[in-house]
Ligand binder design. Structure first.
Ligand code: MG
Length: 242
């Protein structure tokens, strides 16, 4: 299964080899089991302004900037983008709902996987659309000695955000690696679109409510059912690298 996916990837991209030296991690839905909180916050904030928006839509839009998510929902109902004021109000209320939950739980087996990867001397990056002010602290508290500021791309760094390839291309540039030397771990269809658009081998991990097929249809090179699943098979997967 692994070798198949790798060979398909190499053939499609015409890369000379597959020799990962870094792993780029998405954050929400991969490192933190936070997507349900985000989805519920979106549904409530939209409903406050009479915009119908479901949990499913929240998962399908995961990774998009707040502004673009709001425009999408507005267009469906009003046939226009939201004004800056409307965006500001809805995003503020979404953030308030989100902050009302206790800290997001760490995704089971995320720390185990990170520690394993660190022990293999692979570099670890985080590439997230999140713009929480306390993001690095939060990562540090939950995953001590794994992440550094220089190896992060967040909402503060990007202009377009996912699904544009921009955030992953930025991380690639920071890493000074070739695209065949990087692996991405993503849970969201738009995140997968972004990383495959940047030419990177993308592992989809289906941690949410979407059908597994949605992740492979978005272009994931291989899809796992959970982080536990990925952790369990990591060593076997590594045997297929050159
Ligand atoms: Mg995610």
């Amino acid at each position: 299964m692994f070798l198949d996916s790798i060979n398909k990837f190499l053939q499609k991209k015409q890369y000379p080899s597959f020799s990962p030296k870094a792993v780029f991690f998405d954050m929400d839905g991969v490192l933190f089991d936070s997507m349900n909180f985000h989805a519920t916050s979106w549904v409530k904030a939209m409903s406050d302004v009479n915009i119908p928006f479901t949990h499913y839509e929240a998962y399908m839009n995961e990774g998009r900037t707040g502004s673009s998510t709001i425009d999408g929902a507005f267009n469906k109902v009003h046939g226009r983008n939201a004004t800056e004021d409307e965006k500001h109000q809805i995003y503020r209320s979404k953030s308030k709902y989100f902050e009302s939950y206790d800290a997001s739980p760490v995704m089971p087996y995320a720390l185990n996987l990170l520690e394993k990867i660190k022990a293999q001397h692979l570099e670890i990056f985080v590439v997230t659309g999140s713009g929480q002010a306390s993001l690095l602290n939060n990562l540090d508290n939950n995953f001590p000695n794994i992440f550094v500021k220089e190896k992060m791309v967040t909402a503060f760094d990007v202009k377009y955000g996912k699904p544009n390839p921009e955030p992953y291309l930025m991380a690639l540039k920071k890493s000074q690696l070739n695209p065949w030397e990087v692996l991405v771990v993503e849970n969201a269809p738009l995140g997968i679109e972004s990383s495959t658009g940047a030419g990177l081998f993308t592992i989809g991990v289906n941690t949410g409510i979407l059908d597994k097929k949605v992740l492979s249809d978005s272009g994931a090179d291989i899809v796992f059912d959970s982080m536990h699943d990925l952790f369990k098979t990591w060593d076997k997967f590594c045997l297929n690298w050159h």
